[in-house]
Ligand binder design. Structure first.
Ligand SMILES: [Fe+2]
Length: 378
């Protein structure tokens, strides 16, 4: 039997300290313990949804008593209420830390041009047949924002079968899936032979599609190599090289717009570098084709803003941040479109380069990943 933690009440009842076996300790406030109570009156035992609202949590709430009972911490409060919390859950949700602020959200790992593009490649039949392989592949998408698949049937619509492994297609004005090949009168510059600088897709939507898939059906053209760039790493570099420019791009909204197909007029006002109030990157929107107007930046700051914008785009084009690879028929790659930019080189008139793309959302992917992870806990 593993040793039990010990408790030490705070002197005024406003908090309690739990000393965990192994030496770590965590403080918990009275109001936090009340809010996270796991008894049936506080939280539905079936669906896990909370029954208490903020107005059910008295200000100045104090702990009257706390005891350990097997795997539970039982707590009573001075308003007469009592609850319990699972000790293992309490330890995993400890919030008494002294970590400094970090730009990159927990669980994300940034990368540059030394990322091995073949090291994040799996085989579609293996991913489809083995939950452990699927979990590994989805984990790459979640952590790195980028993963590849081979052995996907090189037939139209197969990309939808890949999305069905973890979630749902995000349908847009481009359809459930869209063709990326040169067209005589393209509604989007992606549907030409020209190279495309690294960009995130659809910054003119709110919210943007959070996952993008590109599946290669044919590639007999010369050129057209694909590339990906970690926008979170780009943001880290900009902040390190010029914090004031980073601040400008995260402070002011710009307008992204698309109305190229005659059936849509999509507009979003968001910063290129979106940072949460606690200082973590939320999302990058980097797409010069869709950056349509700059009206929200104070007049005096516009030259500085353009210097920052130019600096940001210049970093995205540095060879040392870019991972380049050629798509062969039956291969697919996925990016977290809130974070990882994608681009391509121009391609020749001879031969055909035909990709099919589709969007999906990363919340569904993370949900599937969490369910797959529970297999280990069971
Ligand atoms: Fe794109």
């Amino acid at each position: 039997m593993s040793p039990a933690p010990t408790l030490q009440p705070g002197i005024d009842g406003s908090f309690i300290t739990v000393f965990w076996p192994g030496g770590r300790s965590s403080r918990y406030h009275a109001v936090w313990l009340r809010d996270h109570g796991q008894d049936a009156a506080s939280r539905d035992p079936g669906n896990g949804q909370k029954k208490l609202s903020a107005t059910d949590l008295p200000s100045g709430l104090c702990i009257r008593g706390a005891t350990l009972n097997g795997s539970r911490l039982k707590v009573s409060f001075d308003d007469g209420s009592l609850t319990w919390l699972d000790l293992d859950w309490l330890r995993r949700h400890a919030y008494d830390r002294t970590d400094g602020e970090t730009l990159i959200p927990k669980g994300r790992k940034t990368w540059a041009g030394d990322l091995d593009a073949d090291g994040v490649m799996e085989s579609f039949p293996r991913v489809a047949d083995d939950p452990a392989v699927l979990e590994k592949w989805l984990r790459w998408v979640d952590t790195l924002g980028f993963a590849r698949l081979r052995d996907v049937p090189a037939v139209p619509g197969a990309v939808l079968d890949v999305i069905a492994l973890f979630g749902f297609v995000r349908e847009t004005n481009y359809g459930r899936l869209f063709e990326v090949r040169s067209e005589p009168d393209p509604v989007n510059l992606a549907y030409t032979r020209m190279g495309l600088d690294p960009h995130t897709d659809n910054p003119y939507r709110d919210p943007v599609p959070t996952l993008q898939f590109l599946h290669c059906l044919e590639n007999s053209a010369g050129g057209g190599e694909s590339n990906v760039v970690d926008g979170f790493r780009v943001a880290e570099i900009l902040r390190r090289e010029d914090p004031a420019r980073f601040a400008l791009l995260s402070r002011y909204n710009v307008t992204f717009r698309y109305c190229g197909d005659g059936r849509s007029d999509l507009t979003a006002h968001r910063p290129m570098l979106e940072v949460s109030p606690d200082g973590q990157l939320v999302q990058v929107r980097i797409n010069s084709r869709s950056f349509q107007s700059l009206t929200g930046v104070p007049y005096d700051l516009v030259p500085d803003f353009y210097a920052a914008y130019r600096h940001l785009e210049e970093i995205t084009r540095r060879p040392e941040v870019s991972v380049t690879f050629r798509m062969e028929p039956g291969e697919l790659f996925v990016v977290d479109n809130t974070r990882v930019l994608h681009g391509r080189g121009g391609f020749t008139k001879t031969g055909l380069r035909w990709l099919q793309g589709a969007y999906a959302d990363i919340d569904g992917l993370r949900s599937t990943l969490a369910l797959l992870g529970r297999r280990h806990a069971a």
